[in-house]
Design a protein around this ligand. Structure first.
Ligand SMILES: [Zn+2]
Length: 115
């Protein structure tokens, strides 16, 4: 099974979570996919403003706002030899609380390119 993490804090869980909202963060400049999220408990009273720092060009994804508990991982592509597995393309390295251009706090996820 591909690893998915609950975040933050970082805890590894397996995929196969109940249905939630999925989204993929892509770089706003170079368009590369960087980080993915699956909301697993949208009723939880937690709100997020999140963006991802691009490991390719140094820019960021657009900021997304959502609520609830979520599972997350770096971006992965399906393994052609095993549909249950994903080949990681990026990995989660770090989280930082920063301030966006409007002075609002934003959680920035730092990802790195695999291999
Ligand atoms: Zn980029």
């Amino acid at each position: 099974m591909a690893d998915v993490q609950f975040g933050p804090p970082r805890e590894r869980v397996s995929v196969g979570l109940k249905n939630g909202k999925d989204f993929l963060f892509e770089c706003s400049k170079c368009g590369k996919p960087l980080y993915q999220i699956k909301v697993v408990n949208p009723d939880a009273d937690v709100e997020w403003r999140t963006r991802v720092k691009c490991c390719y060009c140094g820019d960021h994804s657009f900021i997304r706002e959502f609520r609830g508990l979520y599972a997350h991982s770096g971006y992965g592509i399906p393994d052609p030899n095993d549909p249950q597995e994903a080949i990681p393309v990026t990995e989660i390295l770090e989280f930082k609380t920063e301030t966006d251009s409007q002075g609002k706090p934003v959680l920035t996820v730092i990802v790195g390119a695999k291999k």
